[in-house]
Design a protein around this ligand. Structure first.
Ligand SMILES: [Ca+2]
Ligand SMILES: [Ca+2]
Ligand SMILES: [Ca+2]
Ligand SMILES: [Ca+2]
Length: 264
């Protein structure tokens, strides 16, 4: 592994138990694929949807590497502004919401503690944000009733009051088992994010380093630095993986105030 591996990035590898010690390869930046499929089939109902993401560079466009945001509420509003019902974005940042019948509707994004970025930037409606930052609502959407329209209606989030979500990958410096009786795998982390943007960390594990990052098993959720009185970050895989395997780890900074995870 070249000495600049931290910059180029590879998944973190830990061999357990012992034998070769604990190797380290670092996690690459994830990329964000334009979301969802555009289905052309005829449907009796219309489904509206899109993506909620963190617009780190505030340009109004969903760029590769900008984190997708789960747990953001999206409301379907009637043409007069009444809330009909809401849904939440999933782990891949996508949501979809079924329109109940002919008419005109709006969508409203309700992120926990962030504002919305400028709308209709750039020329690609699958990569822009579509809500007015002041009202958090889209323009009136007149349903076509023959479409599944699940890629265009998106919301880009930006920090407010100087708070931003984590925007940089963290690095696994080493992995080591708890001394016997072993109960967990301890990961030492270097986190280049602004500390004000990070509350906790998530840990992911896989036996297959080539698996796409969103398919890795999440072994630890929303965990505080375990050694807050010392520099650096220590977090754990709280489940002991089965003995005899080779395991790869990724970790990501997280901001639980807004349910936004940084790149992993
Ligand atoms: Ca952007
Ligand atoms: Ca647009
Ligand atoms: Ca759009
Ligand atoms: Ca610490």
């Amino acid at each position: 592994m070249p000495t600049n591996s931290r910059a180029t990035g590879r998944p973190g590898a830990a061999r357990w138990p012992g034998g070769g010690g604990f190797g380290l390869i670092l996690a690459p930046l994830s990329t964000v694929a334009p979301g969802g499929n555009t289905a052309g089939e005829l449907e009796a109902t219309t489904i509206l949807g899109g993506v909620v993401w963190s617009d780190i560079d505030h340009d109004g466009i969903r760029d590769p590497g900008e984190p997708l945001v789960s747990g953001c509420t999206v409301w379907l509003l009637s043409s007069t502004g009444g809330s009909l019902y809401g849904t939440l974005t999933q782990n891949d940042g996508h949501y979809s919401i079924e329109v109940p019948g002919p008419g005109s509707y709006r969508l409203e994004f309700e992120p926990q503690c962030y504002g919305l970025t400028a709308r209709d930037q750039g020329g690609d409606d699958s990569l822009d944000s579509d809500a007015n930052p002041s009202t958090r609502q889209t323009d009136l959407i007149v349903t076509p009733f023959t479409d599944i329209d699940v890629t265009r209606w998106s919301g880009g989030l930006v920090g407010v009051n100087g708070v931003n979500p984590p925007d940089r990958p963290v690095f696994i410096l080493g992995a080591r088992p708890d001394p016997p009786p072993v109960a967990r795998m301890i990961l030492d982390i270097e986190d280049p994010n602004d500390p004000a943007s990070v509350t906790t960390y998530n840990v992911y594990r896989s036996t297959n380093a080539a698996l796409p990052p969103d398919q890795w098993f999440q072994s630890t959720y929303d965990q505080l630095d375990e050694d807050q009185n010392t520099p650096g970050v220590q977090i754990s895989d709280l489940e002991l993986p089965p003995v005899g395997g080779v395991y790869y780890y990724r970790a990501a900074a997280y901001n639980f105030l807004c349910s936004i995870e940084g790149p992993r």
